[in-house]
Design a protein around this ligand. Structure first.
Ligand SMILES: Nc1nc2c(c(=O)[nH]1)N[C@H]1C(S)=C(S)[C@@H](COP(=O)(O)OP(=O)(O)OC[C@H]3O[C@@H](n4cnc5c(=O)[nH]c(N)nc54)[C@H](O)[C@@H]3O)O[C@H]1N2
Ligand SMILES: Nc1nc2c(c(=O)[nH]1)N[C@H]1C(S)=C(S)[C@@H](COP(=O)(O)OP(=O)(O)OC[C@H]3O[C@@H](n4cnc5c(=O)[nH]c(N)nc54)[C@H](O)[C@@H]3O)O[C@H]1N2
Ligand code: SF4
Ligand SMILES: [Mo]
Length: 723
């Protein structure tokens, strides 16, 4: 990250195409190129960008950009170019034929948290109104759904951060549970630096000592999947030390006494046995929390992407509630969402169980309201469908969907147990992929539809703070490529939709506002114009009767009450179980996965950008483990799990636990290894923990000796043997 000298912002104001910070940037034409310039006074990034942001225009004019629809040729089996008319006719005709044979749910839709609010909203409407299918979900299910589920249960509302990001500078202590924000949202790390300059403290919990941990005062390195036990132990210590804010707990929460009793047995030494976090480190963290007047607990994917992700977040919310943090100034719990529109993408109807405005699809009043806005009868709206992984798993099975429309996701790379998912995709009668490039998923499609990318379209995004921001079109899309709102409208018409679909982003946003009015995520008082003028507007922001001052939006939540019916937060008793797949003799190590700074998600965009290093996957492992299997840094190793294996160079680092290996998921391979156990309430897959074995690729057979050596490494690590 670098902060450049700041000149006048003359270009088109917009936001980065990637992560949930939605850093402000301006795009300026210079000859035939489009240049990224800083937007210095946008508060989220203050002119700073990470290297992905700086290089974001690298896909413009790229030779791998799709500029024509592609159809799989029946005779050759290859993809060939086709006209838009031909391609869309094939899609509409075949979808209708499959539905005529097998019912409306024969066609499914898979969306993305990177799509603008307008596109996410239209996609949900396309599914429910034009296709009449219940089968729609999206990749956000794999992102922050566990935090969403926990927040809804405990606080009555799911908005990633309940306060602006910059509040982090004004708190006394930030505890990051499974976030590597120095690599995943680099401009946000400056808040931690400023906090520390003021004498505040930062604590990081991560099995790896990451770039974020380098900025921390205390680093705890739990075993993957044990953050829940750590939270229970913390609460045990805080209660014992008399640090519970009894008045807050009594007046603003319910259920705390049960939680208090439930942590009685979680003394630090027990936590240490379960998590590998030294009892003295846990005591130090409890002391920091007890002493801090203001504190923020932030969870991210490291804590959430587990089959117990929801309970883990609930346990950390309990810690925050016990200390009386949520609703207090510069304090509370929050989730760092991930995708550009990870927040808005889940509020407007891509989720299997939700309608726009975060309304639940099985609520009769919600159905009536949204159907009214759409101009259809409520009983024509389908009910809830399958969650993301369950949807993909059902493809091509008896009773499962026979056609799938994918837009804004690349599940061949990013889905858990990816080989299995790829098999399911291949079993479809019809796979349609809407994308900018021929992603690994698009390459397997029957029809590929090329659309405009971020700088070529206008639309809103909702960042991790709940701030609605506006991306403005700076350039025209390449010839042959369509605007995605137009594409959705055209497809809806060809499918014989009973109502027309708008194509103007501002108008679609106004319709979305009406559909959201009165819902949990009320956008009805927000317009494109307002967002443009105000550097973003925080939801909820209801419309007000004419003549009254507009609602100011809601940067901070929960000061007076929580969004539950009685206004109190709910403390929930949760038990630690740990990852579904535990190491054993054959797979003696813990495997976890995550991100590196220079690549984004499935890599479909960033791997094609010349100025970003494309290293390919690697296997991060500790020197102790490397020595036991005889691997030197850079040497090829093979990681194997019960689902598959990956060959990649070893990256030997002493910053990881000796019993844990890490693989980034931006390239094909990591997800061949991952487990598809799902969280019972959020349906989040266990991306962050499974059992694995690692071998030197050059050694012909994995021998039991190596396996037992790995088990020894694991036992030594568990016993706290220093690296
Ligand atoms: N460079 C880059 N930035 C991104 C993205 C990207 O792909 N690349 N994607 C965006 C998106 S969609 C998201 S969701 C966010 C994700 O942002 P983060 O959550 O920060 O990213 P991850 O690397 O997935 O996971 C964070 C850390 O969790 C640790 N971890 C693994 N298992 C555990 C565990 O059991 N407990 C704990 N406490 N930690 C664990 C990993 O070692 C890793 O360092 O990033 C966003 N920003
Ligand atoms: N092992 C492991 N797996 C993971 C994770 C992990 O931590 N570990 N993290 C999970 C998380 S948090 C996430 S968010 C997912 C993300 O993984 P994916 O869902 O695969 O997300 P992307 O790679 O962002 O996919 C976006 C696709 O849409 C295309 N695209 C970009 N913009 C647009 C647009 O405007 N319209 C259309 N139609 N297409 C567009 C891109 O070219 C790309 O092909 O991965 C999950 N998978
Ligand atoms: S931190 Fe996120 S939004 Fe900001 S420039 Fe990097 S990828 Fe883009
Ligand atoms: Mo994500």
């Amino acid at each position: 990250m670098s902060t450049p000298s700041v000149g006048p912002a003359t270009g088109t104001r917009t936001h980065c195409p990637y992560c949930s910070l939605q850093c402000g940037m301006t795009l300026e034409r210079s000859g035939r190129t489009l240049q990224v310039q800083p937007w210095a006074d946008f508060p989220v990034n203050e002119g700073a960008l990470c290297r992905k942001g700086w290089t974001a225009t690298g896909l413009r004019g790229h030779r791998e950009r799709l500029t024509s629809p592609l159809l799989r040729d029946g005779a050759t089996g290859e993809l060939r170019t086709a006209s838009w008319d031909e391609a869309l006719d094939v899609v509409a005709t075949r979808m209708r034929a499959l539905q005529a044979e097998s019912g409306p749910d024969a066609v499914a839709v898979f969306g993305g948290g990177g799509l603008t609010n307008e596109k996410a909203y239209q996609l949900g409407k396309l599914a429910r109104v034009a296709l009449g299918t219940s089968q729609i979900d999206y990749n956000g299910r794999w992102c922050m759904s566990s935090a969403a589920s926990a927040a809804n249960q405990a606080l009555g509302l799911d908005r990633g951060l309940p306060f602006p990001l910059a509040d982090l500078e004004r708190t006394d202590l930030v505890v990051l549970v499974g976030s590597n924000l120095a690599e995943t949202m680099p401009p946000a790390a400056r808040h931690l630096d400023r906090l520390r300059e003021r004498g505040g403290r930062v604590v990081v919990l991560d099995p790896r000592r990451t770039a974020t941990a380098e900025r921390a005062d205390l680093v705890l390195q739990p075993l993957p999947g044990t953050d829940l036990a750590v939270a229970l132990g913390l609460l045990h210590l805080l209660d014992g030390a008399g640090a519970v804010d009894e008045e807050y707990v009594a007046t603003r929460t319910t259920g705390f006494e049960d939680v208090r009793r439930s942590v009685a047995g979680w003394w630090p030494e027990r936590v240490e046995r379960v998590s590998g976090v030294a009892a003295e480190d846990l005591r130090e963290l409890a002391g920091l929390l007890a002493d801090a007047e203001r504190a923020v607990v932030l969870t991210a994917r490291g804590a959430e992407q587990h089959a117990q992700g929801t309970d883990t977040v609930l346990a950390w919310i309990n810690v925050a509630l016990a200390l009386g943090l949520p609703g207090r100034d510069a304090s509370g719990w929050g989730c760092l969402t991930g995708q550009g529109n990870g927040q808005g993408g889940r509020e407007h109807g891509q989720k299997a169980d939700q309608l726009p405005g975060y309304r639940m699809i099985d609520d009769p009043a919600a159905r009536a309201h949204v159907a009214g806005v759409w101009g259809v009868a409520p009983e024509t709206l389908p009910g809830p469908g399958r969650s993301a992984y369950e949807l993909l798993e059902a493809l091509g099975t008896a009773g499962g969907p026979r056609a799938l429309l994918v837009t804004g996701s690349n599940p061949v790379v990013s889905a858990p147990n990816a080989d299995h998912v790829t098999e399911r995709l291949d079993a479809l009668d019809l796979l349609v992929v809407v994308d900018l490039v021929l992603s690994e998923t698009a390459a397997r499609a029957d029809v590929v539809l090329p659309v405009a990318q971020w700088a070529e379209e206008t639309g809103t995004m909702t960042n991790l703070e709940g701030r609605v921001v506006l991306r403005q079109r700076a350039v025209a899309p390449p010839a042959g490529v369509r605007d995605e709102l137009e594409l959705l409208a055209d497809l809806a018409a060809r499918l014989g939709s009973p109502v027309p679909f708008g194509t103007d982003a501002a108008e679609v946003f106004a319709e979305l506002g009406r559909a959201s009015a009165g819902g949990r995520a009320d956008y009805s008082g927000i317009t494109h114009e307002r967002v443009r003028a105000e550097q973003g507007v925080f939801w909820p922001c209801p419309a007000v009767p004419e003549g009254r001052a507009p609602h100011p939006g809601t940067p901070r939540l929960f000061a007076e009450r929580f969004a539950t019916p009685d206004g109190r937060a709910r403390c929930r008793v949760v038990e630690h179980r740990g990852p579904v797949e535990q190491p054993d003799a054959a797979f003696p190590l813990h495997l976890t996965t995550g991100r590196v700074l220079a690549q984004y998600q499935s890599g479909a965009q960033t791997r094609r950008i010349r100025d970003l290093p494309d290293t390919g996957p690697f296997v991060e492992l500790h020197p102790l483990l490397a020595a036991r299997i005889g691997a030197a840094d850079g040497e090829p190793v093979v990681v194997t799990t019960r689902r598959g294996s990956l060959r990649a160079p070893a990256r030997v680092v002493d910053s990881i636990r000796p019993d844990t290996v890490f693989v980034p998921f931006h390239w094909v391979g990591a997800n061949r290894l991952t487990h598809d156990a799902l969280d019972p309430s959020s349906r989040m897959p266990e991306f962050k923990a499974c059992a694995a074995a690692v071998w030197l690729a050059a050694s012909p057979d994995p021998t039991p000796d190596v396996s037992s050596a790995q088990a020894t490494v694991r036992e030594q690590a568990a016993a706290g043997v220093p690296a």
